[in-house]
Ligand binder design. Structure first.
Ligand code: HEC
Length: 290
């Protein structure tokens, strides 16, 4: 139900972003053809954010036995087309062939109702490649401060998302869609600070979720994004001796599930002891970033 609303608003957000480009084109320096050599940072961030959404939400559209939700599926088709269009518009004559063909491949995976794992891993490749092609930072410059994140959260976000992160802030009543809760393990274990960071800076058009790209510095947005990860039910603060040699970039761009899958081979079931122990260590590392 909530998933559904997320999507319809993303369409508004997509339309809004396209309109933004058209507007920018009109603002081009007089006498110059409006081909942009490099797109403004905002628009490249939007493209990454769109791919992050596809990677996350495809699981609600297609399951092992085909389409689970026709509405979600139609949106995935639309978003994957949108990603190709955006990339073409952003890069015009400087498109990198491998990026474009991967975007096409993503669309084909969705058309043929491929598995979520395949779609998710291709969006990850694309985001990694786009980040290097477009020179986008995918992790904070400085170690994020959870304490600062917490205080920013209390002053700006709790009114909607709730002090405990459960989505029940005093201003949440009557909002449609409702502000989301950061407690559910299934949702939070698929989340990444980098996606939260983009949501915080870009906002979600058509919902009450504001854009903080001007109000916060990039570092502040990272502080909050990392803080959000600590709300998950069962988030562990148990000390550990392991560190798995994870970098700050790993912790920023990879979900808990992705990290567990990379560390534990084979990953095993989610109620498996090894799986839970690894997750607890990752939680601890997310809590002790220094
Ligand atoms: C006025 C209410 C309001 C405020 C203030 C607000 N949010 Fe939101 N937020 C929302 C709503 C509504 C959504 C959209 C939920 C949906 O689409 O289902 C949302 C969505 C989000 C998402 C997207 C989650 C996802 O999985 O993509 C994140 C992250 C988020 N908010 C974080 C924050 C943070 C951090 C702050 C403070 C800096 C904040 N929000 C302030 C209402 C608010």
């Amino acid at each position: 139900m909530m998933q559904k609303t997320v999507h319809s608003f993303l369409i508004c957000f997509a339309i809004f972003a396209t309109a933004f480009w058209v507007f920018q084109d009109n603002q081009a320096i007089p006498g110059e053809r409006s081909h942009q050599t490099i797109a403004p940072q905002r628009d490249t961030d939007r493209l990454v954010f769109l791919l992050q959404y596809i990677g996350q939400d495809y699981g609600a559209a297609v399951g092992e036995n085909g389409v689970i939700n026709q509405y979600e599926y139609a949106e995935m088709l639309e978003f994957s087309q949108q990603a190709m269009d955006w990339y073409t518009a952003l890069r015009s004559d400087q498109m990198v062939d491998s990026t474009f063909s991967n975007l096409q491949a993503l669309r084909n995976l969705i058309k043929t109702k491929a598995s979520w794992a395949k779609v998710q891993s291709l969006t990850r490749v694309l985001i990694r490649d786009l980040a290097s092609e477009l020179d986008i930072r995918t992790s904070p410059e400085e170690t994020p401060s959870l304490a600062k994140g917490k205080s920013l959260y209390r002053n700006n976000c709790a009114v909607c998302h709730g002090l405990e992160g459960n989505g029940n802030g005093s201003a949440a009543e009557g909002l449609e869609p409702a502000p989301n809760s950061f407690l559910e393990p299934d949702y939070m274990n698929e989340a990444t600070p980098y996606r939260f960071y983009n949501a915080i800076r870009i906002g979600i058009a058509g919902t009450a979720m504001p854009a903080y790209g001007h109000a916060f510095t990039n570092q502040q947005s990272w502080d909050v994004a990392f803080y959000l990860m600590t709300f998950r039910q069962g988030f562990s603060q148990q000390a550990t001796n392991e560190d798995y040699n994870l970098t700050l970039n790993d912790l920023a761009t990879k979900s808990n599930l992705q990290l567990v899958q990379e560390i534990v081979d084979p990953p095993g079931r989610r109620d498996n002891r090894k799986f839970q122990a690894t997750l607890a260590t990752i939680d601890y590392l997310r809590q002790h970033l220094e």
